[in-house]
Design a protein around this ligand. Structure first.
Ligand code: E4P
Length: 222
């Protein structure tokens, strides 16, 4: 499973890219708003310049024509842009038009297998089931991820599933078990994934044991 970072914060993105484990980034209007009154195009271009893979940027229009014209412009901002289109009826129409023009679409706000099936039929490159938001209303968000993955696999469809709206590290484990192609994780969750108290205790103990015999002698000379 690949990891994307779910943020519009350029410093967090740079840090995560340096770790070498992030293949892409997903943004949305709420995440961009968190960064204050930024220049949207400038910010997305900056993100695209530092990220080695797909960067999702969302349209604001709600009608198919508006989505298509915004998406055509957004897709010209960088090579690695993917346009996020909501899984509405208008969004499905826009996805069909855009995929025929080889513009990559991430079908976002996907809450049902029916929406995902239509998104795949329309040619979406990515389909994003929102796990956390389904969990919030008492449904099993990860079950939807598994269903969409199975459906795409059974019919040999090329769309990839991004497990989205990830809230905690348990979601990352479950996304991998559901065989999601990608999990898009908030920066906080990325940091939590590597945290383990036994690792920290272990590092400290190794250093103390070394120092007790060798003092400050380094293993390799600088
Ligand atoms: C995914 O592409 C979305 O940006 C994101 O995962 C939404 O997550 P939220 O439900 O935590 O807002």
């Amino acid at each position: 499973m690949k990891f994307f970072l779910d943020t519009a914060n350029i410093e967090h993105i740079k840090r995560a890219v340096r770790l070498g484990v992030i293949h892409g980034v997903t943004t949305n209007p709420s995440l961009v708003s968190k960064e204050g009154e930024v220049n949207y195009q400038g910010l997305v271009k900056d993100i695209c310049a530092v990220v080695p893979g797909p960067v999702s940027a969302e349209v604001l229009s709600t009608d198919a024509d508006g989505m298509v014209s915004e998406a055509r412009k957004i897709s010209g901002w960088a090579e690695n842009i993917v346009v996020k289109i909501p899984a509405t009826l208008e969004g499905i129409e826009a996805t069909s038009v855009l995929s025929k023009e080889n513009i990559k679409v991430n079908l976002t706000l996907c809450f049902s297998l029916n929406q995902a099936m239509l998104g795949a039929a329309a040619g979406a490159t990515f389909i994003s089931p929102f796990v956390g938001r389904l969990d919030d209303i008492g449904e099993d968000g990860m079950q939807l991820v598994a269903e969409v993955v199975n459906y795409l696999e059974y019919y040999q469809l090329p769309s990839q599933v991004i497990a989205s709206s990830i809230r905690h590290t348990q979601h990352c484990l479950l996304a991998a078990k559901a065989r999601a192609h990608v999990a898009t994780v908030p920066y906080k969750v990325l940091l939590q994934m590597v945290n383990h108290p036994l690792t920290d205790i272990g590092v400290e103990r190794f250093l103390n044991d070394w120092k007790s015999i060798f003092g400050n002698t380094a293993i390799v000379s600088k």
